[in-house]
Design a binder for this molecule. Structure first.
Ligand code: GLU
Length: 446
């Protein structure tokens, strides 16, 4: 069977880098094998899911370039979950329970106080038919638990290696709520089966769910897919990332001028022993991708590393890749010469705006020594100018004034650009042009 994976966020918040990492790894894994990548929205929780979050998730994935072959909404598949629940009831694997949340909490506290694991005691299975009827006539509706079988549950996790659980140590999970709504454990397995998912790649917070789900696949007559559980990213100081941690959200990163391929380049290698290098396309990342490279150790996400990578990516970005974006920013008169001159100085693409203004004006020059500036203007070579012009000019100025090094370059940079730092003057000078250079050396805003 050909590979099929799914990324299954709940549209109850925006995606952060931790979610993006899971999405990307699924995408690279599938696409590297000619497989399918499905976006599944786990939106059965009507109170917390919103269309706006669903749209935002699609927007964020599209920004990263992670296109999907199919979009599946769990809210549109409720009949499938109902049918599966009916099958489980018929085979005796789903049983009704009437405890309230408070009663369950008291049981849990008692078990913990007695040093026992908080496993559901299956009291509801002891209920006699007449007691059940009485509860129903009192208006109580049951929630439904999956009857786990004792015995070993095992799988070879593609990240964690062999994983073992004993069904006897797990609590029968609730799969259907009293109002009839399916819970994640059921809907996820039904979808994974019916959409022919071959590999479930998700965060390690789901390892215990997987143990339950392995039995559920069997109970529904399916074979479990392969599983890979990735350690969750931690933020600065080892704290976990939460979906609501806005600063590490994709939307915030986009707003900060982070390139999607910088995010992808970092997240595709974080947690492996491979070096993190800026890559311009997902195809390049796909080439070196191997799920087996991901370690069980918890990787830390460092925003400073992302910023550094973003700059490195811009420094190597070809003109064709930048042009459309620069035009969208409203910068015109952009040509390859400009791009190659300024890209080594960019931390964000947006920084190109400043250098465009430096090249095209107006710039208020900074003149600290007007005598030197006058002499520099007099020695300016005649047009046409190219990249050799600045060297020839600086050589002539050095011979005439005896200044050299920083004492020579700094006042020229301040006069020509109004700034202490910036792209190499030998590239900027021909773009600034003779007319503006003469005006700026004379102290005029031009
Ligand atoms: N909606 C679940 C989550 O966001 C999906 C987990 C899974 O991949 O099965 O955690």
């Amino acid at each position: 069977m050909s590979v099929a994976v799914r990324f299954a966020p709940s549209p109850t918040g925006r995606l952060h880098v931790g979610n993006a990492r899971v999405a990307l790894i699924n995408w690279l894994f599938a696409r590297g094998r000619g497989g399918r990548f499905i976006l599944r929205l786990d939106d059965t929780d009507r109170e917390r899911s919103t269309d706006a979050y669903a749209a935002a998730i699609e927007e964020d994935l599209a920004w990263l370039g992670l296109g999907w072959d199919d979009l599946v909404k769990q809210s549109e598949r409720l009949d499938r979950y109902r049918a599966a629940a009916d099958r489980l009831r018929a085979s005796g694997r789903l049983y009704p329970c009437y405890e309230t949340a408070e009663e369950l909490e008291i049981k849990r506290q008692r078990q913990l106080a007695g040093g026992r694991p908080p496993i559901y005691d299956r009291a509801a299975r002891e209920l006699k038919e007449d007691a059940r009827k009485r509860l129903e006539t009192e208006g109580l509706r049951p929630h439904w638990r999956f009857l786990l079988e004792p015995g070993e549950i095992a799988w070879d996790d593609l990240v964690r290696g062999p994983v073992r659980f004993d069904g006897a140590n797990l609590s029968d999970p609730v799969l259907v709520r009293a109002d009839g709504r399916p819970l994640y454990g059921l809907s996820s397995v039904v979808d994974d089966m019916e959409l022919d998912i071959t590999h479930v790649i998700r965060g390690e917070d789901h390892v215990a769910n997987t143990a339950v789900q392995v039995q559920l696949f069997g109970a529904l007559g399916g074979a479990p897919p392969a599983f890979a559980h990735l350690p969750l990213l931690t933020g600065a100081g080892g704290a976990g990332l939460s979906k609501r941690l806005a600063s590490l959200g994709l939307e915030a990163l986009r707003g900060d001028g982070i390139e999607p391929m910088a995010v992808n380049s970092l997240l595709a290698r974080l947690g492996t022993a491979d070096p993190v290098e800026p890559r311009l396309s997902l195809d390049e990342l796909k080439a070196g991708f191997d799920l087996a490279r991901f370690s069980r150790a918890t990787p830390g996400f460092d925003p400073a590393e992302l910023q550094h990578l973003n700059a490195r990516l811009l420094h190597m970005m070809p003109y064709d890749a930048a042009l459309g974006r620069l035009e969208e920013m409203g910068l015109d008169g952009i040509d390859e010469r400009f791009w190659l001159a300024v890209r080594p100085n960019l931390g964000r693409l947006e920084d190109a705006r400043e250098w465009s203004q430096v090249c095209r004006g107006p710039v208020a020059p900074v003149i600290e020594d007007s005598g030197f500036a006058r002499e520099a203007a007099e020695l300016l070579p005649e047009a046409p100018w190219d990249e050799a012009t600045f060297g020839a000019w600086a050589g002539a100025l050095e011979a005439a004034t005896g200044r050299k090094g920083r004492a020579l370059i700094r006042p020229l940079r301040l006069a020509l650009t109004g700034r202490e730092h910036g792209p190499e003057l030998k590239y900027l000078l021909p773009i600034i042009g003779r007319e503006r250079a003469v005006a700026r050396l004379a102290g005029k805003t031009a």
